[in-house]
Design a protein around this ligand. Sequence first.
Ligand SMILES: Cc1ncc(COP(=O)(O)O)c(C=O)c1O
Length: 478
Amino acid sequence: MSTPAHPKGPPPMPTPPLAGGTAGPAALRPLLDTVLDALQQGADRRGGPLPAGGPHTTTARMRTTGHPLIPHTGVGAEHALRTLVTALAEGAADPAHPHCAAHLHTPPLALAAAADLAASALNPSMDSWDQAPAASTLETDLTAALAAEIYPHATTPDAVITTGGTEANQLALLLARERHGPVQTIRGANAHHSIHRATWLLGLPEPTVIPAPTGVIDLTALDETLTRLHHHPLLVTATAGTTDTGQIDPIDAIADLCTTHGAELHIDAAYGGPLLFSPTHRGTLHGLDRAHSVTFDLHKLGWQPASASLLAVPDHHHLDPLHHHAPYLNADDDTEAGLPDLLGRSLRTTRRPDALKIAVTLQALGRTGLADLIDRTIATAHHLADLITTHPTLDLYDRPTISTVLFRPTGASDHTVATIRRTLLNRGHAVLGRAEAQGRRWLKATLLNPHTTPDDLHTLIDLVTTVTDALAEGSTPR
Ligand SMILES: Cc1ncc(COP(=O)(O)O)c(C=O)c1O
């Protein structure tokens, strides 16, 4: 007998089905059932805003979920999806839980997550028209529409989609550098760290830092600095919704100073930008359209899964420095023949169609629906502030400007404040942030969940005061 060409072994695995095409939806449906079951099971097992036990317990559990991450023989789609999605959900810090309120870490809307699934299945890549014919139009129209919200009086406003506020701030500084050479950046002490990092990345001079003793840029100090540095090309960066306190720099007054001193202005409205959609709150952004560029995120106060962010400019020509030529993507003859050239709308090449989930959300909710989410979230923050103000053993930093509430137990040391936060994390009871303001450390609740109820807020306060009391009695927190 002759030897078989291939020794007998297990039958070859069938080629896994694809997500797209006419067969894609049918292939996805049972897998989605598995994913949804696993999400449910993980959330049930967790039973709170994050897993109890701290990093040691979570890491150990995650590493013992069964199979090696790269086994010799695969375990199959159903098993891998069920095991890993359940483990991730069980070990998640879930912003959909009302007591998960540390960061600008939004609970995504179900409809936006569903739209993102479609983006994954179709997988358009936004770097050339031949990878994203319809998605290119959607992105072009959506960025134009959002830019027009930000710059309602500009004739050719435009925006590019970014991975977040960090990238949008970097692009803003890059565009300023391309207009003026090595600009001197002037930022508030309250600015997001990405501004400073962008100057490092772009080889710009170290930013000049303006004090922000009340949480917003000190105008007198800004005026003095602009006067002192007037012989340099200057870019002031202001913040509409600071990371630590949610305050909004005095936009109009800063824009006036920039005009007087011939400086340009970038506004990081990563957090506060969507207030534009609320007739009740949009006034707090008055003057936003005086900026040369605006960072605007929808994966914060816009309930989108990451990432969903923009850098907007009043004149589409401001984006010209991003133009780039790569003949396999935007050959001149293709462009002349009418194929849209999208490569210059980002520094990235392969790029997801984040426009889809944003467009689905805006169309589904409309202006009034989005305004309602924003107003409700801000009202919740004010309710928490009320509870703290009337509480006998808690101090409030200030009334919230957007949805950030800073508070601390009366008389607690900074060390105690940090210990309270970590105890709540380790117990899996609450995810609160921390911030330094007025020379002290505060607990930070960044409220982004429009479903949070007054009862949820009462419980959150009880959780904090229970730990505070235990620490005061000398019990060891766990
Ligand atoms: C004011 C501000 N700008 C920029 C960013 C960075 O945004 P991202 O995390 O989306 O890059 C943040 C993040 O919280 C922020 O608070």
